[in-house]
Design a protein around this ligand. Structure first.
Ligand SMILES: *Cc1c(COP(=O)(O)O)cnc(C)c1O
Length: 421
């Protein structure tokens, strides 16, 4: 199946006289005929359903759909994108470990990596994504367990060189984790370029309609955990009567461990109703992504030719620093553009406050056009240095192009510029 078809059909195939649409299974628990059967499910939790903190049929249908879209062996949904990123690292690293990340990542991820993980005894080593293989390799320590990057960085909009970082990670026997939120599997499949684990905030394009927050972790099944130093995955888990995830679950080890151990303990599983809504968004994802990309390309060119604009970042523009990487990794550059308006924060505010169609909201990748000022909103907790590292200037506006008619979007932007003299 191609992506458009997977979006509609993957994850759930109704049998004779079953509902056409995956129903919302609104139940915390599942009934068994005997105590022995319940006991056996506890021994082998992947065999069947126990409790909706681990797994739920509605959520599982969505997990299977996303796994198929990404080309992975399994997926686990989480109650937010933050929870997905958190668990993707905690599934590998514990106190005393470190991992490597590019600083060109989502602001919430910077907070998690630089501050919260530090308190938990896990060190994040930030590296310059443009440095050479040799330079980046120098950042590895004996306790380094993973490498992390974001396909299209939110909001810096730089494109991550997946093959390069996969090469470096694998040379050190550690996996590459990629946050593929902005690209979605429709525009980029990181596993095709060597990534091992993918995470998403499904709150963005996957949901698309701005109706529910969610996240997902997808496992490629390709990383050889036994080659590296991963006692948490390879050696007996005393909290699960001594099983070794790699011995028992083979190439599903990572994603099964995430569910059996971390979801059990952290309990950040989404509600069935949220998964139902996410599925509605996913059904049209491939069709919507095409249109977002088309609209955004027109807006990016318009901004590039406007003399009130200092610079535009959109990997689809030939002038963009990420143009070549975008051509290599992306089938389209998504609907998100960032641009720096001349006159800094003051003019950025005037522009944004004059928009009528585009809504001022802390969201991105909505079906409707929306706009945000990263320096004073989403990224306000970052220091000036971190803002520079994340590629954010004071006059920068993140413009998320929606599915409205392009003429209406452009007319609104013109209204914004006319407020600046
Ligand atoms: C929004 C976002 C997140 C966090 O996701 P939530 O669903 O808001 O928790 C992580 N990564 C990227 C790239 C995002 O855009």
């Amino acid at each position: 199946m191609k992506d458009e078809t997977k979006c509609l059909h993957a994850g759930y195939t109704p049998k004779n006289a079953e509902p056409r649409v995956m129903p919302i299974v609104q139940s915390t628990t599942y009934v068994y005929d005997s105590t022995e059967e319940v006991a056996s499910v506890f021994d082998e939790p992947m065999k069947s359903l126990i409790y909706s903190r681990f797994a739920n049929p509605t959520v599982m249908a969505v997990e299977n759909k996303i796994a198929e879209l990404e080309g992975g062996v399994g997926a686990m949904c989480t109650s937010s994108g933050q929870a997905a990123t958190l668990l993707s690292i905690l599934n590998i690293c514990e106190a005393g470990d470190s991992f490597i990340s590019t600083p060109e990542i989502y602001g919430g991820t910077v907070n998690l990596f630089a501050f919260t993980f530090k308190k938990m005894g896990i060190e994040c080593i930030f590296v310059d994504p443009n440095a050479s293989d040799e330079e980046i390799s120098k950042a590895f320590k004996p306790n380094t367990k993973a490498v992390f990057g974001e396909t299209i960085a939110n909001p810096a909009l730089t494109v991550f060189d997946i093959e390069k970082f996969a090469r470096i990670a694998h040379a050190h026997n550690v996996p590459l984790i990629v946050d593929n939120t902005f690209a979605t599997p429709v525009l980029c499949k990181p596993f095709d370029f060597g990534a091992d684990i993918v995470v998403h905030s499904t709150s963005k394009y996957m949901d698309g309609h701005a109706v529910q927050v969610g996240g997902v972790i997808v496992d490629s099944g390709k990383f050889d955990w036994k080659k590296g130093n991963f006692p948490g995955i390879n050696e007996p888990d005393e909290s699960y009567h001594g099983i070794s995830y790699t011995e028992t679950y083979g190439n599903m080890a990572y994603i099964v461990k995430a569910r059996m151990q971390l979801m059990r303990d952290f309990g950040v599983y989404p509600a069935a109703h949220s998964a139902f809504l996410l599925n509605l968004g996913l059904e049209t994802l491939a069709v919507r992504m095409k249109r977002y990309c088309e609209n955004a390309m027109i807006v990016a060119r318009y901004l590039e030719n406007n003399d009130k604009v200092e610079s535009v970042k959109y990997p689809g523009l030939e002038s963009d620093a990420s143009y070549e990487l975008g051509k290599k990794y992306l089938k389209g550059c998504s609907g998100v553009i960032s641009f720096v308006i001349k006159g800094g924060k003051e003019n950025a505010m005037k522009f944004m406050n004059s928009l009528k169609l585009a809504s001022n909201e802390v969201h991105v990748a909505d079906i409707r056009t929306c706009v945000l000022h990263p320096a004073s909103e989403t990224h306000r907790q970052l220091t000036d240095e971190q803002l520079v590292a994340a590629g954010i200037e004071s006059g920068m506006i993140r413009f998320s192009v929606g599915l409205e008619n392009i003429d209406d979007i452009l007319a609104d932007i013109e209204k914004g510029f006319s407020a600046i003299d």
